[in-house]
Design a protein around this ligand. Structure first.
Ligand code: APR
Ligand code: PHB
Length: 392
């Protein structure tokens, strides 16, 4: 069989790209190694930048988002017992973010993929990319136990950090940059009202904590934990006690406790692979870059990558030329690196690093105090948090 674009991976990057190409009338097939339930059920961050909200609107996929998403015009930063609010709307000339879980985004993308007849193949095994540096690339895989082959013009590697696409780029071409943080995030979901109507990022002597939410009745909370910790070490009671301590007396007192129905530990990593294009292969989303979750940039970066990639591919098929695909890697990376910087900075500002001297904690506290007192510093935080513009 033949198509124009093969997309590897049906996470947010792959499905958003499939919808964008479908809207442009560009035939594509998505190959996903896992089951639909597995992909849709993964619990991830839940803060959408305006650019991501606009993308979902452009795709006609924002009905539930508009009804159920929570618009946040600011967020709180807490340092030990002191809390201040960063007013995004005031600092950025009206910008805001929308709190709407990635699993909800995935549910909307999947439902529309079915109703619009997108070609998404789940449980596609042994996906392998061939002849990417020629004008006739093709992809082989196994479907229902049978070998299959798709010839195409382009391949979009949207297969996440552990995918095969990035690994298909020759090592002498690919450069990678990585930082692994010496801690993880322990996150829970609980059917309890959030402790605050906006998010609270808490920097505490005992470690970072984050109060987030999925709805008015469902809370998402995190505490920084050791990489050696196991889920079994963290009973619900221990989690709630630790969270309340780190959020400080006032916010901690507002926390409503309840049984957790999801609990997991995630490591934190900053990672970028350059270039994001090799021959007719284009990387997008986590296949090319990972950010630590502080600032919730992962899903938003996947969205902006595929906006840029779909524009570039549309130019090729509309006859507007190849400048877009030639420029894709450079354009995407320019925005990626700024989000990497912000996520690293926000992580460094708010987390407790083991084996650092007491001066580091004092410097962190001084920087937080500076941000609290400086409109300029808050503007930097706000404009990055709501999302930097897509430049040419
Ligand atoms: N063949 C086919 N599919 C694959 C392969 C493979 N060899 N390897 C990985 N995949 C699939 C994974 O099963 C997964 O469903 O690719 C998908 C990649 O999805 P994500 O890891 O979610 O990556 P991405 O779509 O770039 O999402 C970016 O969403 O999931 C979050 O943390 C992520 O916030 C980030 C954003
Ligand atoms: C979340 O709600 O899961 C979330 C919110 C903000 C972050 C990270 C995660 O920075």
């Amino acid at each position: 069989m033949r198509t124009k674009v093969v997309i590897v991976g049906a996470g947010p990057a792959g499905l958003l790209l499939a919808h964008l190409l479908h809207q442009e009338g560009i035939a594509c097939t998505v190959l996903e190694q896992r089951s639909q339930d597995y992909v849709a059920g993964r619990v991830r961050a839940g803060v959408l930048e305006q650019v991501t909200v606009d993308l979902l609107a452009r795709l006609g996929l924002d009905q539930r988002l508009r009804a159920e998403g929570l618009v946040h015009t600011g967020a709180n930063i807490s340092c030990d017992d002191e809390v201040f609010r960063v007013d995004f709307a005031d600092l950025t000339g009206g910008a805001s973010v929308v709190v709407y879980g990635q699993s909800e985004v995935m549910a909307d993308l999947n439902a529309a993929a079915v109703s619009r007849g997108l070609d998404v193949r789940y449980q596609a095994e042994h996906v392998a990319l061939h002849d990417l540096d020629t004008n006739h690339p093709y992809v082989t895989f196994t479907e229902n136990g049978e070998a299959a082959r798709i010839d195409c013009d382009f391949v979009a590697g949207c297969d996440g950090y552990h995918g095969i696409s990035r690994a298909s780029i020759p090592p002498n071409v690919l450069q990678t940059f990585e930082k692994v943080y010496p801690f993880g995030w322990l996150g829970i979901l609980a059917e309890v009202p959030p402790c605050n109507h906006e998010l609270i990022y808490a920097s505490h002597e005992r470690g970072f904590a984050l109060a987030s939410m999925r709805s008015q009745t469902r809370s998402r909370y995190y505490v920084q934990c050791s990489l050696d910790d196991r889920i079994e070490d963290w009973s619900d009671d221990r989690f709630w006690d630790e969270l309340c301590l780190r959020l400080g007396a006032n916010s901690g007192a507002e926390v409503v406790r309840g049984p957790s129905f999801e609990k997991s530990i995630a490591p934190l990593r900053s990672f970028v692979a350059e270039p994001m294009r090799w021959g007719r292969l284009f990387l997008a989303g986590d296949a090319a870059h990972i950010v630590p979750p502080t600032g919730a940039k992962g899903l938003n970066l996947a969205a902006t990558d595929v906006i840029m990639l779909s524009e570039a591919l549309s130019d090729v098929y509309s006859g507007a030329g190849k400048a877009g695909i030639d420029h894709y890697s450079q354009r995407a990376l320019a925005r990626v690196w700024k989000a990497e910087r912000f996520s690293w900075w926000f992580t460094s500002l708010t987390h407790r690093f083991p084996d650092t001297s007491s001066i580091d904690r004092k410097l962190q506290a001084a920087e937080l105090a500076y941000i609290r007192s400086s409109r300029a510093a808050q503007s930097m935080l706000a404009e990055n948090y709501v999302g930097l513009p897509l430049t040419l």
